[in-house]
Ligand binder design. Structure first.
Ligand code: SAM
Length: 232
């Protein structure tokens, strides 16, 4: 069977590229993410009662990588990037149908002009198409006794330090969003490097909230070196 699916909404997030997006939701709670519903789903009736739920499931398409197809075996970063597991034993983006599933906090619903959901902690690229929303039902879905396979527990976090230059870059930018410093800390603490890379001399860059955040990593400490902010 084949199915045709409709995009019901689009994600607006500070993550302008794949590199650096946390590998699961909730790891960077400072990210202000919104989901704008599209016609004909942007009627207040479609979300009536949803405000009573603190968390929602989003089914979405890994639209940026969907065209690359899938493989039966994948190498999860949590296993160091060398060990292979089956695609269905992983949350890899390269999978049949390129469908993603994220549990995110629902902070608010704005129905003044269409319908926009305010979310926190999403692991989603700006522009991600969303196919469905469902409320999270704790008594059915919370399983504290569950086994987590090779992802049993949160990933280790790196310490993050800021070079004076990076702080000055943000201070000089009139439009610095108040949440941006915390988001940079949270994102870099996740160690965005590919699993096999450990080069203290290398300067990495992440596009975050229209800024270019440059950093290096040595001895499990991230140093934020410079932040190239948008031209006025
Ligand atoms: N929580 C979801 C799941 O389990 O299906 C996503 C997990 S996936 C490992 C998370 C990664 O997907 C992010 O780190 C980011 O690199 C990537 N990603 C997020 N949005 C994407 C999109 N629209 N297209 C392609 N990749 C995306």
């Amino acid at each position: 069977m084949r199915f045709e699916l409709d995009t019901i909404g689009v994600i607006h997030s500070p993550y302008q590229e794949k590199f650096g997006i946390p590998r699961q939701p909730a790891l960077a709670p400072s990210a202000p993410v919104t989901l704008e519903l599209l016609p004909p789903y942007n009627q207040p009736d479609c979300v009536r009662g949803l405000e009573a739920f603190s968390h929602i499931w989003l089914t979405f398409v890994f639209h940026e990588t969907a065209a690359r197809g899938w493989q039966p075996l994948v190498r999860p970063p949590r296993l160091g990037g060398n060990t292979k597991v089956g695609v269905f034993a992983s949350r890899a983006t390269h999978r049949p149908n390129a469908l993603g599933l994220s549990l995110v906090a629902l902070k608010g619903i704005d129905t003044t002009d269409g319908v926009t959901l305010q979310l926190a902690g999403a692991d989603l690229l700006d522009g991600t198409p969303v196919l469905d929303i469902k409320p999270y039902i704790p008594f059915v879905e919370a399983k504290p006794e569950a086994r987590g396979g090779f992802v049993d527990g949160p990933p280790p976090q790196l310490a993050v330090q800021w070079h004076e230059r990076a702080r000055a870059d943000l201070a000089a930018w009139a439009d610095t969003p108040p949440w941006l410093p915390a988001l940079i800390d949270e994102v870099l603490a996740q160690d965005p490097r590919p699993a096999y890379q450990d080069d203290p001399a290398r300067v990495y860059g992440i596009r975050l909230a229209h800024c270019d955040v440059r950093f290096s990593i040595a001895a499990n400490v991230v140093t934020v070196l410079e932040i190239v902010t948008p031209a006025p």
